[in-house]
Design a protein around this ligand. Structure first.
Ligand SMILES: NC(=O)c1ccc[n+]([C@@H]2O[C@H](COP(=O)([O-])OP(=O)(O)OC[C@H]3O[C@@H](n4cnc5c(N)ncnc54)[C@H](O)[C@@H]3O)[C@@H](O)[C@H]2O)c1
Length: 268
């Protein structure tokens, strides 16, 4: 079921690690909708090899970049424009990692060097991605940049640790850069706040399975899965959402607006 929504558009998709990744599904859907794009990830993710399969399937070149390195980002934009044949129309920032969460360091026992890494990788890298693009004038007018967020930016989820701070930063950067890039070049910047989703990053949070079930029972439509998230991303890259910018868009089956459900009440 494709509609050529992205026909003629050029993009950069960060964060496809394996076929569970949200970015992987976005790449598949963007390809089906007629886009051409580059796949990017850190070199260590390349070594796992799965991304080569996606690259072949989508006819998409792979250009490694650590999204915290402005040098890598400059090289990524230069090569992407060269290989795709012009400026970029859409960017997916699907990047998240916390050494503290990964190593079981809770919110009141943070290693501060790791905390800096969490903020830089999961939040600040969006700023770098946008600032380098602006400096290089690498994005076309009306380009759309989407980063993936989580509701822990607004509410406390104790096991999400310092990632919550990173998501708050991420959403703030989307507003800040959305303002400046909007005036400068009509570029739109948004975050999509996604349901818990069983991926490598998602399942790295302790108690993830229970958490998934809890969110499911608190969402009138149920949890949104990675494929549905990819559909939403494609819509945000398309010309059908040209005046949506600086927003945090919940994609969660109604979870964020629900106080309690009959199913949850029955458990008490
Ligand atoms: N899975 C969930 O429950 C969920 C819910 C809401 C939001 N999100 C967000 O969705 C995004 C994608 O995560 P996912 O669930 O698909 O998991 P994933 O583990 O498949 O993707 C995370 C990606 O970030 C990449 N990455 C890490 N450090 C990087 C760096 N320095 N530079 C470039 N890339 C780097 C990893 O290699 C990986 O490909 C993340 O921002 C995550 O926080 C996930």
């Amino acid at each position: 079921m494709s509609h050529n929504l992205l026909k003629g558009k050029r993009g950069i998709i960060f964060g496809a690690l394996n076929d569970q990744s949200i970015a992987w599904k976005v790449a598949e859907k963007a390809h089906a909708e007629g886009a051409s794009f580059v796949l990017s990830n850190v070199p260590v993710a390349m070594r796992l090899g799965a991304i080569n399969e996606l690259s072949e399937k989508c006819n998409a070149p792979i250009i490694p970049a650590d999204a915290t390195s402005t040098e890598d980002l400059k090289n990524l934009y230069t090569q992407s424009m060269e290989q795709l044949g012009g400026k970029i129309d859409f960017v997916l920032h699907s990047i998240g990692m916390s050494p503290n969460v990964r190593k079981g360091k809770g919110y009141t026992d943070l290693n501060y060097d790791w905390y800096q890494k969490t903020l830089d990788i999961s939040g600040g890298s969006l700023h770098k991605t946008l600032q380098v693009a602006m400096e290089m004038d690498a994005l076309n007018e009306w380009a759309s940049v989407v980063a993936l967020s989580y509701i822990a930016a607004q509410r406390i989820y104790p096991d999400y640790g310092d990632m919550a701070d990173a998501k708050s930063l991420l959403e703030s950067i989307a507003r800040g850069f959305g303002y400046h890039y909007g005036f400068k070049k009509k570029v739109r910047v948004n975050t999509i706040s996604q349901s818990p989703t069983p991926t490598t990053a998602g399942t790295g949070v302790s108690g993830f399975d229970k958490f998934l079930a809890f969110a499911e029972s608190l969402s009138p439509l149920g949890n949104a899965d990675a494929n549905a998230c990819a559909d939403y991303c494609v819509m945000m890259f398309s010309d059908y959402t040209k005046y949506v910018t600086m927003q945090n868009l919940y994609h969660d089956g109604g979870y964020s607006a629900t106080g309690v459900t009959a199913e949850v009440m029955d458990k008490f």
